[in-house]
Design a protein around this ligand. Structure first.
Ligand code: NAD
Length: 436
């Protein structure tokens, strides 16, 4: 099939590569010409393991192409995917400017039947809204062209995007059209995965509900960790014991300093706003958001208490991205931690294998190290913020000779406390995992 994908971000680029891999001919359109230039030189403008290699291969084979010209790209396509961003507005609502802009363009340009698929995460009811926008543009052109609007939310995880796009655990397709359903079945026939067909609105809600539920698990264990810290219970052991119950499951029960990224925080805000607009406030989700907003600060208060004051202390921040294996720093806990440390007059050296350049633009006046060991030199405390392998696997035995004081604050409960203690460190984790 011929597919146009509008929006060449993490989702658009990764799904396009998979469509090309499955034998389709893909044109990726983005209004950011600089980005398109990079793609055309086979450079992936962000870090996602394995994607650039496939991109190179498919560009060479002419299975995938990149352009800023929507007009030329849409006409020959059977399917049009919308994968533009839906960031948060000031009031928490999802900003639909980009999605609506694309719908208007589609309405202005299509000349025959298309299946128009929303992959961007959009509030419930957006499908109907976009249909209305397209119909309005078509009526301005005095044309009656049939099209179907499908919701096909994306569940890939940054850092594992290629794997998730290749082997999705489930594919959700929302449509009320048999014709569109057949075309979507054909599109996904290569994918070995469960497919659920439902309405557009249900599909839109499945995406929000999934992210909200995962965030709830994280905030649940994080809030529990605060209590565990106070009453002498090891939250890691509790999570292990809980996770063995198949009704609960072990995933997303790792206590830490909170979730970040481009999805959970904004999707939770959008769902909360939608609920409030419908006079149906979601109390559990409000608490989830509150716990997350305060988790990094709670951890930093622990760090402060150990030192009495952070003023003049030299702190090494290990990891800046919101999770390992990505260069994405959107809503990363590291940003809150840097602000906290600067407010408390600490000096900072930060290290991250992929995200440092992005953080530098926000905090140009802190120090950046090019290796983890460089970051540790002369540090009074080390903060583990992102569990990159390069960080977990530091030669901790040698590293102790570089630091000024052997304090390790593990914001991801990722190191072995016993090992660290044996090596001479004073280890502080999240939820009474401390060994001093
Ligand atoms: P992104 O910000 O990385 O990329 C969006 C792209 O859309 C940008 O390159 C931008 O230039 C382009 N764009 C905006 N308006 C355009 C227009 N009118 N025409 C052409 N291009 C335009 O976004 P992302 O992280 O890929 O996310 C896209 C959507 O997918 C969001 O709704 C997000 O919530 C959802 N999602 C993201 C992830 C993830 O892990 N990043 C996972 C699942 C779902």
């Amino acid at each position: 099939m011929k597919i146009a994908v509008i929006g060449a971000g993490y989702v658009g680029a990764t799904t396009s590569v998979i469509f090309a891999k499955n034998g389709h001919k893909v044109t990726v359109i983005d209004k950011d010409q600089e980005k398109i230039k990079q793609f055309n030189q086979s450079i992936l403008p962000f870090y996602e393991e394995g994607v650039e290699e496939l991109l190179k291969e498919f560009i060479l084979d002419a299975k995938i192409s990149f352009t800023s010209n929507l007009e030329e790209s849409i006409e020959p396509c059977d399917l049009i995917f919308i994968t533009v961003g839906t960031p948060s507005l000031e009031n928490g609502e999802a900003d639909l400017t980009y999605v609506e802009e694309v719908a208007r363009e589609i309405g202005r340009l299509i000349n025959d039947y298309k299946v128009i698929v929303t992959k961007s995460t959009v509030p419930i009811g957006t499908g109907d809204k976009l249909k209305g926008i397209i119909l309005n543009e078509l009526s301005k052109r005095k044309l009656e062209i049939s099209f179907d609007l499908v919701s096909n939310p994306e569940f890939l995880r940054e850092g594992k995007a290629l794997h998730d796009a290749l082997y999705p655990e489930r594919v959700v397709i929302g449509t009320d059209s048999e014709k569109a359903q057949k075309i979507m079945e054909e599109l996904y026939k290569e994918v070995d995965s469960k497919i659920i067909f439902t309405t557009v609105k249900n599909a839109e809600m499945i995406k929000y509900a999934s992210n909200a539920f995962l965030a709830t698990k994280i905030s649940f264990i994080n809030e529990l960790a605060r209590l565990c810290d106070q009453i002498g219970v090891n939250v890691n052991q509790v999570a292990k014991g809980m996770g063995m119950d198949s009704r609960i499951g072990p995933h997303f029960l790792q206590a830490g300093i909170g979730y970040g990224g481009s999805c959970f925080p904004k999707d939770i805000k959008a769902l909360l706003t939608l609920a409030a607009e419908n006079q149906n406030p979601m109390h559990i989700l409000q608490a989830v958001s509150y716990v997350n907003q305060t988790q990094a600060e709670w951890f930093m208060e622990k760090v402060s208490q150990v030192f009495g004051t952070l003023s003049g202390r030299h702190i090494a921040i290990l990891g800046l991205t919101f999770k390992p294996q990505t260069d994405d720093i959107r809503e990363a806990s590291s940003l809150k931690i840097i602000e906290f440390l600067l407010k408390n007059q600490a000096s900072i050296t930060a290290y991250d294998p992929k995200g440092a350049e992005h953080v530098k633009k926000l905090f140009p006046n802190i120090n950046y190290a090019s290796t983890p060991l460089d970051a540790l030199k002369g540090a009074d405390a080390l903060l583990i913020v992102t569990e990159w392998n390069e960080i977990i696997n530091i030669d901790w035995q040698s590293a102790i000779n570089l630091v000024s004081q052997p304090f390790v604050f593990d914001g991801r409960n990722t190191l072995d406390p016993f090992k660290m203690l044996k090596l001479g460190y004073r280890y502080f984790g999240v939820g009474n995992t401390n060994f001093e």
